[in-house]
Design a protein around this ligand. Structure first.
Ligand SMILES: *Cc1c(COP(=O)(O)O)cnc(C)c1O
Length: 344
């Protein structure tokens, strides 16, 4: 038990006796399963999945170079985000610090859990307001969420700056690296060993191309991972997801990533030529954030051509902004053709 981490955990969670599944109570090799009230008739899913996802975690451990006891697997990273609140924040008392603009789930989960959100605006150039983030904290600040590369601003923050915040903040810093595969700035995973109050989130939903499977990963000190495993639903990762993930994780996605990156550069260079696009923010992700004169009218124009982008016009700090995911070359071409018609 890591005392510093345990201090931050809600009292009711620290003393929780975890639910023990039927198959937890016996370890060994078995052939006759009469313990879990499953159907005995064979079909691919008549048995409950492994609640510890042992085989899948071993595969991810090899892929990421992280020990199994520092890995949590969730029903998307969204599950890990929600668990952070349920483990560390006492409703009506504790608070979490988020950057703005950023990924919406940090605030949504806070509200659902009745946890106060302290939102700190990024600097106008989208850089991290390091001092302001630390000044926003008080004794009840248990969590801070830093998304890097950040959604929707697309930039990654310098690693040294995030680490300085991790070292000065007295709670848990959750670094969401959903888009790290597209960034040259690298991951903070190697820094976990020397920072026990940091949780790194990654996901199979973006570069890995498995959004439909729902498989998110959290990497952290084994003490944090133990609490996450204790609080999650016992069978949070279903057997179909486990089977499919084991099949596809060997695939090399290097070529797909390179292609997305070269399309990102090509698209950026093309987009800036349009008079109605005022700004294209530098991207470390698989999307581009642009600022236009009138985001709503451009959004509607694209919809009429069957193209949907993310309208961020009403997000604080993002007036006039659209977020555009990098697609296939043919799809990006359709976007450019549609934009040419808008200009006329
Ligand atoms: C897309 C995204 C995720 C992924 O969530 P999943 O639940 O794993 O699909 C996480 N964080 C950010 C910032 C994202 O944009």
């Amino acid at each position: 038990m890591n005392n510093r981490i345990a201090q931050l955990v809600r009292n009711n969670i620290r003393t929780l006796a975890p639910y023990s599944t039927a198959r937890d109570e016996f370890k060994g090799s078995l052939g006759v399963f009469l313990d879990a009230n499953e159907s005995p008739y064979p079909n691919p899913f008549n048995r409950y999945p492994d609640p510890h996802q042992k085989i899948l975690k071993e595969k991810i451990s090899a892929l990421k170079g992280m020990p199994v006891e520092k890995i949590f697997l969730g029903n998307g990273s969204d599950e890990a985000i929600d668990l952070m609140y349920r483990i560390f924040c006492t409703p009506g008392k504790d608070n979490a610090i988020v950057i703005a603009p950023s990924y919406g789930m940090y605030s949504v989960c806070a509200e659902i859990n009745d946890v106060e959100v302290r939102s700190v605006e990024l600097n106008p150039d989208w850089s991290l307001p390091e001092e302001k983030l630390l000044e926003a904290a008080d004794d009840n600040s248990k969590l801070m969420f830093i998304c890097s590369p950040n959604n929707p601003t697309a930039n990654a923050f310098p690693k040294e700056q995030i680490l300085r915040i991790v070292q000065k903040f007295n709670g848990i810093v959750v670094v969401d690296e959903a888009y790290a595969d597209f960034s040259t700035k690298g991951s903070l995973l190697p820094e976990l060993a020397s920072n026990d109050n940091m949780v790194v989130l990654q996901t199979m939903s973006k570069a890995r191309g498995l959004a439909g499977l729902r498989l998110g990963m959290a990497f952290a000190d084994s003490c944090i991972i133990r609490f996450m495993s204790m609080v999650k639903y016992p069978y949070n990762i279903n057997q179909a997801t486990i089977n499919e993930a084991l099949k596809v994780l060997d695939k090399n996605i290097g070529d797909e990533i390179s292609e997305i990156l070269s399309e990102r550069e090509r698209l950026s260079a093309e987009l800036i030529k349009f008079k109605f696009i005022k700004e294209i923010f530098p991207s470390d992700a698989n999307f581009i954030l642009i600022r236009t004169d009138d985001a709503n009218s451009l959004y509607d124009h694209l919809i009429k051509d069957g193209i949907i982008v993310r309208n961020r016009n009403s997000v604080k700090g993002c007036k006039g902004c659209l977020r555009i995911t990098i697609g296939l070359t043919s799809e990006n071409e359709k976007l450019l053709s549609s934009l040419k018609m808008y200009q006329i």
